[in-house]
Design a protein around this ligand. Structure first.
Ligand code: TRP
Length: 334
């Protein structure tokens, strides 16, 4: 029964350069969830403009992000895959929810504080109300579960508070969503500084492997990965370089840490790194091939976005009209 399935909502910023960290930590998960849940996956271009964007770049990245998702296995026939700005209800609900969110709550958001430091010349109101738009994303679809990275848990908590507050002031309207935090094992670290998370914005290009990197680049980056001087391949969280490479190899081959330790018993780091690079490149090759096909077929991508936005809008406007009624807006008689 389709409508009995639990609802999942997740969003991702339109960053053209998704890394294997995004793939392992988020995307792969999204693909696994699509069979068992009613999933809404959204490319959040409206969140992206809270920092300055080059318009042509933003358009290109939004499309590429969508195509990467599909290339990784997100099936637009199974999920609702869409672009946030195509469904105006997100902006509309965001305004209403903003009136049920306290200045103090938003001031406490760690991401806002961090971004205010990073973009000190552009601390705009959108950056401040970012979590309200995120709450609107989630609450419009009555999502039960929201898969996110740990850095977003504070925003989920706020979305829950907003939902509960609204439900209390009026009557039950929103499902109070739960965060679904990706496991620690799924966290992929920088190849250059394995104490730090792999980040697509790392200025050192050797620190991250992108989903669309060429085979040569992938192998070269793994060759240069920072390890240690112990010269043995054993899983130990206290040795973050080797632990990270083992985690990556494990994800791409399906082998357990014990199997990997046995396979590389007495083998040098050079050969091990080459094996990790090859396993990664082998996994990404078919994804890249599919991406190239998709990105060349603009008409198809347009039709996916259109269907996605229409499907999303049907649910979203059902929620929004309930909300408008409850807060006391006069019905617009057409
Ligand atoms: N803020 C999230 C991030 O940067 C992206 C996002 C926007 C999101 N809206 C969302 C994630 C709704 C989950 C649900 O990762």
């Amino acid at each position: 029964m389709e409508d009995k399935k639990k609802v999942i909502f997740s969003g991702a910023q339109p960053s053209g350069k998704l890394s294997i960290g995004n793939y392992i930590g988020a995307l792969k998960n999204w693909v696994d969830l699509q069979n068992d849940y009613d999933c809404y996956y959204c490319v959040v271009d409206m969140h992206a403009i809270t920092v300055r964007q080059e318009p042509a770049e933003l358009r290109r990245r939004t499309l590429e992000t969508l195509a990467i998702y599909m290339a990784c296995g997100i099936d637009p026939e199974k999920v609702t895959l869409f672009v946030q700005s195509h469904v105006p209800a997100h902006a509309e609900l965001s305004w209403v929810l903003g009136c049920y969110t306290m200045f103090g709550e938003l001031s406490r958001m760690t991401q806002f504080k961090e971004k205010s430091r990073k973009y000190e010349n552009n601390i705009n109101a959108g950056l401040f109300t970012y979590p309200v738009l995120m709450a609107a994303d989630i609450l419009l679809y009555n999502a039960d579960l929201v898969p996110v990275g740990v850095d977003q848990t504070q925003h989920i908590e706020l979305a829950r508070n907003i939902a509960q507050r609204f439900n209390q002031v009026y009557s039950p309207t929103f499902v109070v969503p739960e965060g679904y935090v990706t496991k620690a094992g799924a966290k992929i670290m920088s190849l250059q500084d394995p104490e730090k998370k792999m980040s697509k914005s790392d200025p050192n290009p050797n620190a991250n492997v992108n989903i669309l990197d060429s085979r040569d680049d992938i192998i070269r980056k793994f060759k240069r990965a920072v390890t240690d001087s112990e010269a043995c391949i054993k899983y130990d969280p206290a040795r973050p370089g080797i632990a990270n490479l083992m985690s990556i190899y494990s994800v791409f081959t399906g082998k357990s840490f014990e199997e990997i330790e046995r396979e590389f018993d007495g083998v040098g780091y050079g050969d091990f790194k080459l094996a990790v690079g090859e396993a990664c490149a082998d996994t990404l090759a078919p994804i890249q091939e599919r991406f190239n096909q998709l990105i060349a077929d603009k008409d198809y991508l347009d039709s996916v976005m259109k269907n996605g936005a229409e499907k999303a809008a049907r649910t979203a406007y059902r929620t929004l009209s309930k909300v408008y009624k409850k807060v006391g807006f006069l019905p617009y008689v057409r």
